[in-house]
Design a protein around this ligand. Structure first.
Ligand SMILES: O=C(O)CCC(=O)C(=O)O
Length: 260
C-alpha cells in the first residue's frame, strides 16, 4: 500500500504527523462524502443556532441520532478499511482502538478565526499538559472530503513543550491571541483523496476556507487510558458487527468498555 509501516512510523515519531497524497480513490471519497453530507445536513438543521453562531465541528458521526443502519455500516467499513488500518497499525501495532469521529467545517461567522491549540489543553492545566505530551497520544486521521486549505502544524511539538512564542499565542498570554501566526507553523494544504495523520497533542490549527468538510477519525492505543472518552452510541451495534469486514478496531474498544 505504497508506504511501509516503518517509514510511516518514523515520520510520525520525528514530526508528529505525515500526509499520504492521493491515498483514496475518487469513488471511495464520493461514497463517503454522500453519507457524511447526510449527517451534516441533519446535524446543522438540528443545531441551527449553535451552527450559525460559533460551531466549526460536530462529532459522533457514527452514532445513531442522524444516520440509519446501512449508512452507519458504510462508515464503520470505511473507518476500519484496509487503507485506514494499514496506517493505524503502523503507529499502534497492538490493539488500536476506535475513539470517535469529528467533522470539521467552516464557521458561518466570517469573523471567527482559526486558532492554535493542543487538544490536551482543554482537559489539563499547564503542568498536566507537559506530562500529557510525554505519554501516549490520541491519533487523528483527517480525511478531507473536498479540497481545503488544510491544517497548520508545528512539527515536533508532539514531543516537546512550547517555545515562548508558541505558549503565549496558544494560551493567549501577554496580549497575544491564538489566531496569530506562528513562525514555526507549517501549513499543509489538502485535497480530497489525501490522508493527514497527526497527533492530537501537537500544536495545530485547522485552516478555515474553501469548502472544507473533513472527517477526522480518532484512534488510541488500548494500553492508554482513554476509554472514558468513548460514547457507546458511536460504536457498532451487535447486528452491525457481522456486516463490518474487519471489526477489530471497534471490538478492541468494546472490550475495553466491558473491562470498565
Ligand atoms: O480543523 C479544525 O478546525 C481544527 C482541527 C483540530 O483541532 C483537530 O482535529 O483536533
Amino acid at each position: 500500500m505504497g508506504v511501509n509501516h516503518s517509514q510511516l512510523n518514523s515520520r510520525y515519531d520525528d514530526q508528529g504527523y505525515f500526509v499520504i497524497r492521493d491515498y483514496f480513490t475518487a469513488s471511495e471519497i464520493s461514497s463517503l462524502r454522500q453519507v457524511v453530507l447526510k449527517f451534516h445536513e441533519l446535524w446543522t438543521q438540528d443545531h441551527k443556532e449553535f451552527y450559525e453562531q460559533e460551531a466549526f465541528n460536530s462529532s459522533l458521526i457514527t452514532g445513531s441520532q442522524y444516520l440509519a443502519f446501512d449508512d452507519r455500516v458504510k462508515l464503520f467499513n470505511f473507518i476500519s478499511s484496509k487503507k485506514i488500518m494499514h496506517v493505524v497499525e503502523s503507529l499502534i501495532p497492538a490493539n488500536p482502538a476506535f475513539m470517535n469521529t469529528q467533522l470539521f467545517f467552516n464557521p458561518v461567522n466570517p469573523q471567527q478565526k482559526d486558532f492554535w491549540h493542543r487538544d490536551c489543553q482543554y482537559d489539563h492545566e499547564i503542568e498536566q499538559q507537559k506530562k500529557a505530551i510525554l505519554e501516549t497520544q490520541v491519533v487523528h486521521l483527517r480525511v478531507p472530503l473536498f479540497d481545503e486549505l488544510g491544517m497548520e502544524l508545528v512539527p515536533g511539538t508532539h514531543k516537546r513543550w512550547d517555545s515562548e512564542e508558541e505558549f503565549n499565542v496558544r494560551q493567549e498570554e501577554v496580549g497575544r491571541v491564538s489566531s496569530e501566526s506562528l513562525s514555526t507553523g507549517k501549513a499543509i494544504a489538502l485535497s480530497a483523496g489525501d490522508l493527514l495523520v497527526f497527533s492530537a497533542d501537537m500544536i495545530h490549527r485547522g485552516l478555515y476556507g474553501l469548502d472544507r468538510l473533513a472527517l477526522d477519525i480518532l484512534v488510541f492505543d488500548s494500553a492508554a487510558n482513554f476509554v472514558d472518552y468513548v460514547d457507546d452510541d458511536c460504536l457498532p451495534e451487535p447486528a452491525m458487527l457481522d456486516k463490518i469486514d474487519e471489526p477489530s478496531l471497534f471490538l478492541n474498544t468494546i472490550d475495553l468498555k466491558k473491562m470498565g
